[in-house]
Structures are given as C-alpha cells and as structure tokens.
Design a protein around this ligand. Structure first.
Ligand SMILES: Cc1cc2nc3c(=O)[nH]c(=O)nc-3n(C[C@H](O)[C@H](O)[C@H](O)COP(=O)(O)O)c2cc1C
Length: 130
C-alpha cells in the first residue's frame, strides 16, 4: 500500500526500455489515477513517458470507465484499457458498454474474502427482454 519510488517516471521508462530488448508483446500497467483536485479525481498522464518508450502493445488500467477508457484509446494514450472492479461487478461489461447500460456497483467489502461466490460470481447480468 505504501510502495513509493523517488522517480517513478525514470523507473518506468527504464523498465520499458529494458523489456523492449526482449520483444515483449504487451505491457500492462496500473496507473495511480487517484489525485484529488477540488474533491474530484483527476487523471494525470503519468503513463505517457512509458507509452513513448515501450515498443509493444500498452494496456492501461486503474479507475477507468467507459468514457475515459474510450478517450484514452482515441487519444492514443494507450492501445487497450483493462477493467478490474467494473468487470468483477459486471459479468457482461462489454455488452453494457456497447449499450451504454447502467453498471452494477462493486461492493468493496467482498473483494478479498474466501467465499468463491459472494462478490465474485453473484453479480447480476443485464435483464434481457424476450
Ligand atoms: C478483488 C480484487 C483482487 C485483485 N487482485 C489483484 C492481484 O492479485 N494482483 C494485482 O496486481 N492486482 C490485483 N487487483 C487490482 C486490479 O488488477 C486492478 O489493478 C485494479 O482493480 C485497478 O483497476 P480498476 O480500477 O479497473 O479496478 C485486484 C483487484 C480486485 C478488485
């Protein structure tokens, strides 16, 4: 939780350059997108230096939703966006994004429990009309 680096940008660029030598297909990075400005979460473009350095496919994640995920790809900020908590709570997330349908809210209290069902496979799919 309290892992920090004195120069994360330099470290990230160094890592991207280092793995380029191995022709790694993709790099999946979780962004610390949690800077709060005036009570609102702001999205710093912290990945750009790594994005420029890495030669393969970049997958970004960390707090993305439908709109800002689409924008990140459209802006060429990343190649792909992955979703963690939204996918956990929405087993049909691609369908919901396609329809711009409402999303189930994730329940943080069931994230890290040992029950294999509760909070993992019991979130409802969209109701489908027949
Ligand atoms: C229940 C749960 C378990 C997770 N387990 C891991 C893990 O084992 N390793 C890891 O690197 N990240 C783990 N994560 C973090 C996710 O991979 C992801 O980085 C994080 O949820 C941010 O993406 P999001 O904003 O789309 O949820 C976990 C997240 C959740 C909600």
């Amino acid at each position: 939780m309290e892992a920090v680096d004195s120069n994360p940008e330099a470290l990230g660029v160094h890592m991207a350059n280092a793995i380029n030598k191995f022709n790694i297909l993709y790099l999946h990075v979780i962004e610390p997108r949690m800077i709060e400005v005036n009570g609102k979460l702001e999205t710093p473009h912290s990945l750009l230096p790594m994005r420029k350095a890495f030669q393969g496919t970049l997958i970004a994640s960390g707090g993305y939703g439908r709109e800002d995920g689409n924008k990140a790809v459209a802006d060429n900020y990343t190649d792909l966006v992955s979703f963690g908590r939204l996918f956990l709570a929405n087993p049909d997330l691609p369908r919901r994004f396609e329809l711009d349908a409402p999303l189930n809210k994730y329940n943080r209290s069931t994230f890290y429990i040992s029950d294999p069902v509760l909070g993992y496979t019991d979130y409802p799919f969209l109701e489908t009309s027949t």
